[in-house]
Design a protein around this ligand. Structure first.
Ligand code: BTN
Length: 326
């Protein structure tokens, strides 16, 4: 470990200020070397507060991803208690899916600063530029029946919407099934990948992948994506810390998951859902269906009135064909 990494580790582990002298003695270098390391860390994007009388402290809302800053805000029993924080990965979901069969414990969370092949649903990609978004995948091993597995994404959508609202002044809507919106643009997507134990008819484990656009990335997104996607910063003007948001998501997810089987979260899901009341089009197999979204059923399916009766969608995509409630 070089001096920069040792100083960062020391500051991360200490919640309070630490004097230059104590840091120097602990690491075994000069005070000047500590000062240089602090400057280098600041240049890398870490926010380090320095007070003449007290020394240095890693700011609790420092924007750089940091394992200790996430861990220090957790109030979970299991979620996020084992954290893997990476600079770069192809996809945190793929990383977590490889980790799960090696015995990774329930709640293990994989977080990355950037993804080179971030995955969305139905084979799409998820733009994941460095330093801008929160890309986190959580391995969960709940005792759910296969029939309950479909509820995980909708439950997670409520938990993440709640977490975003807890850290910034935004109102978050859910577009069935798994997209979170602020205003008329997508701010977060969720991709849940489940591995089933068919003999026991139970879920073996699932990886819940959550991608939140936190800081403005208009340059990285380009005009086309920017017309559909937004970030928390673009919508609220706030540059919130990804560490703070990550911890809040893990906290809420554990809370919601504990009560998932009771389906109480569905009331909140229905309140937040933005397709309901609108005319939509969707594909079922090779057929295009147009109808009015009339609600969310008890398995988080989208109920559509086609004029000839109702059908319920359990997965897939639905496009608004008219953004106007009755
Ligand atoms: C979607 O919008 O269709 C879902 C997007 C899910 C993106 C997240 S980012 C973290 C995790 N890793 C991935 O490759 N995908 C999910």
């Amino acid at each position: 470990m070089n001096v920069n990494d040792m100083v960062l580790k020391l500051l991360s582990e200490e919640n309070d200020y630490i004097s230059g002298e104590t840091a120097a003695n602990t690491i075994g270098v000069s005070r000047n070397a500590v000062w240089k390391a602090v400057k280098a860390l600041e240049a890398e994007g870490h926010t380090i507060e320095s007070l003449h009388s007290k020394g240095y402290r890693l700011a609790p809302d420092s924007i750089r991803l940091n394992e200790h800053l996430i861990a220090s805000r957790l109030n979970t029993v299991r979620l996020g208690r084992h954290l893997v924080v990476l600079e770069e990965v192809d996809s945190t979901n793929d990383y977590a899916k490889k980790l799960a069969p090696t015995g990774a414990v329930h709640g293990t969370a994989v977080v990355a600063d950037r993804q080179t092949a971030g995955k969305g649903r139905v084979g799409r990609s998820f733009e994941s530029p460095g330093g801008k978004g929160l890309y986190v995948s959580i391995i969960v091993r709940p005792d759910f029946k296969i029939s309950d597995a479909g509820l995980i994404t909708s439950m997670a959508a409520c938990a993440v919407a709640n977490a975003i609202e807890a850290v910034c002044p935004a109102e978050v809507g859910i577009k069935w099934v798994n997209d979170l919106y602020i205003g008329s643009k997508k701010v977060c997507g969720i991709l849940t990948e489940a591995t089933l134990n068919l003999e026991a008819r139970e879920l073996d484990h699932a990886v819940i992948g959550i991608g939140v656009n936190v800081l403005s990335a208009k340059a990285e997104f380009g005009a086309d994506l920017s017309s559909r996607a937004t970030s928390i910063e673009d919508e609220t003007g706030e540059r919130i810390s990804r560490n703070v948001l990550c911890a809040e998501i893990l906290n809420k997810l554990e809370e919601y998951m504990t009560n998932m089987k009771s389906r109480v979260f569905l009331d909140e899901y229905r309140r937040r859902e933005i397709l309901t009341g609108n005319m939509i089009t969707t594909r079922v197999g090779d057929k295009e269906i147009t109808g009015k979204a009339v609600g969310i059923d008890d398995n988080a399916g989208l109920v559509i009135n086609t004029g000839q009766g109702t059908i319920t969608l359990h997965s897939g995509e639905a496009q608004l064909s008219r953004i106007k409630k009755d």
